[in-house]
Each structure stands twice: as C-alpha cells, then as structure tokens.
Write a protein that binds this ligand. Structure first.
Ligand code: HEC
Ligand code: HEC
Ligand code: HEC
Ligand code: HEC
Ligand code: HEC
Length: 214
C-alpha cells in the first residue's frame, strides 16, 4: 500500500487547530487594542475617582467653566481644579455624602485628587488653549456639550486631520466678542459673520508643519 500521508500528518488536525486558535486570538487582540476607546479616542470616558458631574455643576447650576479651569484663557493648559476649589462650597454643601467625604479627606490630608486625564495629545504636537480662545473659538467646538455630560467624554478625534480641517476653514467656529467662549449653546447663524470675524481678527491658523510640531 502506498503511503499517501506520512505518519506525522496524524498530528495535523491538532497543529491546525492550535494555529487557528492562535490566529483567532491574534485577530481578537488587534481588534481589541485598535478599537479600544483609549486608542480610538472619540468616546473615551475613563472612570473618575469621584463621580463629579459637569451636567450638575456647569449645566443645572450654571457655573462658568473658568471657575474651575482657571488658566484656560491665560496659557496652553486648562488645569483641573484643586480640591480647594471644590471646598469653596463643599465645606457646607452635602458634606455627609460619600463622594464629598472623599474630597474632604483629600483636602484635609493635602493629597490631590487623582483625576484621570481624558484628552491627551502626544508630546510632539503643540497646542495652546489661550490662542484659540482669544481667536474666538469656544470650548464647545472642541469638547462638545460638556454641560450635558454626567461624565466627561471625548467627542472629537484630536487627530492631525481634525486640527487641519478647522485650520483651513475656521470661520464657522468663530464667535463675536460679546459671546463668552464658555457659552455652550452659541451657534453662528450667518456664514458671512464668520468671514468678517476672521478678517477683522486677521486670523491665520497654521497649516505648515512647524506650526504644530515645534
Ligand atoms: C466645579 C468645577 C468645574 C466646572 C465649573 C467645570 N469643570 Fe470641567 N472638570 C472639573 C473636574 C474636577 C474635572 C476632572 C474630572 C473629570 O474629568 O470629570 C474636569 C474635567 C474637564 C475636562 C476633561 C479634562 C481632561 O482630562 O481631558 C474638560 C474638557 C472640561 N472639564 C471642560 C469643562 C467645560 C467646557 C466646562 C464649562 C461648561 C467645565 N469643564 C466646567 C471641574 C469643573
Ligand atoms: C481648539 C480646540 C479646543 C478648545 C476651543 C478648547 N479646548 Fe480644551 N483641550 C483641547 C485639546 C486638544 C486638549 C488636549 C491638550 C493636550 O493634551 O495638550 C484639551 C484639554 C483640555 C483640558 C485638560 C487639561 C489640559 O489642558 O490638557 C481641559 C480641562 C480643557 N481642555 C478644558 C477646556 C475649556 C474649559 C475650554 C473653553 C474655555 C476649552 N478646553 C477649549 C482642545 C480645545
Ligand atoms: C459653587 C458651589 C460648588 C462648587 C464649587 C462645587 N460644588 Fe459640588 N455640588 C454643589 C451643590 C449645590 C451640590 C448638590 C446639588 C443638589 O442639590 O443636587 C453639589 C453636588 C456634588 C456632588 C454630588 C454628591 C452626591 O452624593 O450625589 C459631587 C460628587 C460634587 N458636588 C463634587 C464636586 C467637586 C469634585 C467639586 C470640585 C471640582 C465641586 N463639587 C465643586 C455645589 C458646588
Ligand atoms: C475649531 C477650530 C480649531 C481646531 C479644532 C483647532 N484649531 Fe488651532 N487654531 C484655530 C484658530 C482660529 C487659530 C488662531 C489663528 C490666529 O490667531 O491667527 C488657531 C491657532 C493655532 C496655533 C497657532 C497659535 C499658537 O498657539 O501658536 C496652533 C499651534 C494651533 N492652532 C494648533 C492646533 C492643534 C494642534 C489642534 C488640534 C489638536 C488645533 N489647533 C485645533 C482653530 C482651531
Ligand atoms: C494644526 C496642527 C498640525 C499641523 C499644521 C501639522 N500637524 Fe502633524 N500632527 C498634529 C497632531 C495633533 C498630531 C497627533 C495626532 C494623533 O495623535 O493622532 C500630529 C501627528 C503627526 C505625525 C505622527 C503620525 C500620525 O499621523 O499620527 C506626523 C509624522 C506628522 N504629524 C507630520 C506632520 C507634517 C509633515 C506636517 C506638515 C505637512 C504636519 N504634521 C502638520 C498636528 C499638526
């Protein structure tokens, strides 16, 4: 009898099975990493140490963003508030609640709250908040309706293409001086207004590489 399959091929099914399993796991792994929110960015909404709600404080209570994000107009970074800012109210408001006690303890022991960063550009890309706010771009253009978010969520990709899309055509995102950059509901109705604002302010958002990669 001629041997069509040598003896070692008896092990083929299990070898094939094992490699199929590995390939399957590999695909799952790649898909998992690639589509996980941290990498995809849009929708990234990490759990925070305390369930602090923007919807309550900035939305319902109408607090201005700058009460807590104090440096946003002066410099590149917006800074997340210290526990001291929270204690302005929470030394007396809802002090018996668990999350407030956590903040109170952090304050008393001078340990900063370990808020998890949501938006994060790579180091090689330069971004400056104050330059955008003084050009008349509001928070909502880049962060969405934070005043409606129970938990902050990233709504834009923060990719190079996203930056460039606006830099090539910033007009629809501009607002007049009379409207606060923190006004979450403002929309520019007349496109001509945007063109006029851009001309009056002589805006030239960089599209050359060294504008953002310094
Ligand atoms: C009472 C204080 C307070 C006010 C008012 C407030 N914030 Fe915040 N904000 C925080 C705290 C605390 C965090 C960090 C925890 C978190 O992400 O929820 C934060 C986080 C953020 C983040 C995410 C930061 C990151 O890590 O990427 C954005 C964006 C933001 N706030 C925008 C706004 C905007 C826009 C407004 C106004 C509509 C506003 N905030 C009003 C306290 C405040
Ligand atoms: C032109 C787009 C744009 C506008 C307008 C804008 N942001 Fe941001 N914001 C970003 C980007 C991009 C980051 C990530 C910056 C980084 O990682 O260096 C960020 C980060 C933040 C952070 C995290 C801390 C930090 O600076 O990295 C907070 C808080 C924040 N923004 C609040 C605000 C508030 C409040 C306003 C309005 C007063 C605002 N932003 C307006 C794009 C914008
Ligand atoms: C201007 C005053 C004020 C400031 C500043 C303030 N809060 Fe509040 N906060 C309130 C009020 C008022 C309530 C309760 C609202 C209600 O009655 O539902 C509240 C509710 C809360 C709750 C809900 C408690 C629960 O058990 O549901 C949390 C958590 C909270 N605040 C966290 C913070 C944090 C964190 C900061 C600082 C980043 C902060 N607050 C700053 C006024 C403030
Ligand atoms: C919604 C519109 C919009 C988005 C999104 C946007 N920009 Fe801008 N950017 C502008 C405008 C308007 C100016 C102001 C130009 C001027 O003052 O001449 C500007 C100016 C700048 C400048 C020059 C000012 C300075 O600080 O030196 C840099 C750098 C910059 N943007 C980087 C970025 C990066 C990086 C991103 C993406 C993470 C981004 N921008 C996203 C509208 C935008
Ligand atoms: C308006 C700001 C802006 C300008 C102008 C700009 N970039 Fe970028 N670039 C970015 C940002 C923001 C990122 C980070 C994107 C991310 O993490 O997804 C980036 C990422 C990159 C990367 C990393 C790979 C990638 O695609 O994520 C390279 C390479 C790059 N830029 C090259 C360039 C070159 C070359 C130019 C000029 C033709 C240029 N950039 C102009 C903002 C800019």
């Amino acid at each position: 009898m001629t041997v069509i399959f040598p003896k070692w091929t008896n092990r083929m099914p299990s070898i094939l099975g094992a490699s199929a399993l590995m390939a399957g796991l590999f695909v799952v792994g790649v898909v998992w990493i690639y589509f996980s929110p941290r990498h995809l960015d849009v929708g990234y909404s990490p759990d925070q140490p305390v369930l602090y709600s923007h919807k309550l404080h900035a939305g319902l209570m109408g607090m201005d963003c700058r009460y807590c994000h104090q440096t946003v107009e002066q410099g590149p970074h917006a800074t997340v508030p210290s526990t001291e800012t929270c204690m302005n109210c929470h030394t007396s408001v809802w002090t018996s609640r668990d999350p407030i006690q956590k903040i109170t303890q952090a304050y008393a022991s001078a340990v900063p709250m370990d808020w998890v960063k949501v938006h994060l550009l790579p180091d090689y890309a330069y971004f400056n908040h104050s330059a955008h706010l003084s050009a008349g771009v509001g928070c909502a253009s880049c962060h969405g309706r934070v005043d409606q978010m129970e938990v902050v969520r990233q709504v834009e990709p923060l990719s190079m293409a996203w930056c460039l899309d606006c830099h090539r055509d910033p007009e629809p995102h501009l607002r007049p001086d009379s409207v606060s950059p923190t006004d979450m509901t403002f929309v520019l109705r007349d496109p001509d207004d945007g063109l006029n604002l851009a001309a009056a302010r002589n805006l030239q958002p960089p599209v050359h590489c060294s504008g953002c990669h310094r």
